[in-house]
Structures are given as C-alpha cells and as structure tokens.
Design a protein around this ligand. Sequence first.
Ligand SMILES: CC(C)(COP(=O)(O)OP(=O)(O)OC[C@H]1O[C@@H](n2cnc3c(N)ncnc32)[C@H](O)[C@@H]1OP(=O)(O)O)[C@@H](O)C(=O)NCCC(=O)NCCS
Length: 140
Amino acid sequence: LTKTEILTELSEEQYSEITRLWEITGVTNPARGDTLEVVRQTLAGGGKIILVREDGKAVGTVWLTSDFRRLYIHHMAVHPDWQNRGYGKLLMQDAQKIASELKLQVKLEVHKDNKVAFELYKKYGFTTLEGYLSMIKRDT
Ligand SMILES: CC(C)(COP(=O)(O)OP(=O)(O)OC[C@H]1O[C@@H](n2cnc3c(N)ncnc32)[C@H](O)[C@@H]1OP(=O)(O)O)[C@@H](O)C(=O)NCCC(=O)NCCS
C-alpha cells in the first residue's frame, strides 16, 4: 500500500527516517548542515517534505524549500531496494503539484554525472541553465 505524506512539521522520528534515506542514497553529508533544526525552519518558512511509504516503510523522499520567489528541490532520494519502480516519478509529480499550487518556479541542482536523476528531471520539464556554474561558500 503506497501512501504519500506532505509534511509541514517534522517529528524526530520522521527526521531519522528521512536522514536514513538521505544517507543510504548519499545525498547528504555532515558538511551540508541538514540538521533537524534547519529542516524544521525551512518547513516553518513554507517548505515541505514529501515522504512516500510502502506498507508503512519510508521508501522515498524529497525536500522542498521556498524563499517565496522560487521553490527549490533538495535531496531526492529513493531507497536502493525500491529504485526503478516509479517512486522518483511519484515524488516529482507531487513536487510539481505543490509548485503549481504555490505558483512558484522551481530550481534544483544535479551532478552532471547523475544520469538517472538528470533524465528524471528532464522528464518533468526541467532544462539546464546554460553557461552557469553552481558556487558555494561553506565557511562564513
Ligand atoms: C534519482 C532517484 C531518486 C530516482 O528514483 P527512482 O524511484 O529510481 O526513479 P523512477 O523509477 O521513478 O524512474 C524515473 C526516471 O528516471 C530515469 N531513469 C531511471 N533509470 C535510468 C537509467 N538507468 N538511465 C537513465 N535514466 C533512468 C528515467 O527517466 C525514469 O523514467 P522511466 O522509467 O519512465 O524511463 C534514485 O535513483 C535515487 O535515490 N538515487 C540516489 C540519490 C540521487 O542521486 N538523488 C538525486 C540527487 S540530485
């Protein structure tokens, strides 16, 4: 039984289920600072976490944050045992629905070698911003 939850608040238990998916799929690392507190603040500020369960077990998730100008997609993750069964597409459909309800454009970053994710995003209408490189300053 597939069940999709759209979370606007996050319990510690939900956070640990989600971080487990992030870790096993390699989308996060300690340098990124994705703590429970940070995630909760993004939810309070209009972000959402989509969590898909299969028979109660967390199998896929995506984290949406908003700066009220754009919606950002982070940490799209489907448990390796459940990949290639359409859960990624399910998450993208729900993310798309939220973006259109909020009337926000959507941005995301994907590694150039991550073909599966890149193909998935293209399928949902994302195009690359030609010529732009992504930059970050971690130590402020
Ligand atoms: C990216 C990820 C979320 C996709 O989830 P998934 O549930 O396996 O994806 P789906 O089964 O819904 O497949 C969606 C689409 O991905 C693409 N895709 C899947 N396998 C592919 C492959 N081997 N080569 C190219 N494209 C592929 C296809 O476009 C596919 O759609 P189709 O089945 O209609 O052809 C999942 O692979 C994952 O968690 N990867 C590790 C974490 C990660 O890289 N996240 C993205 C960070 S930007």
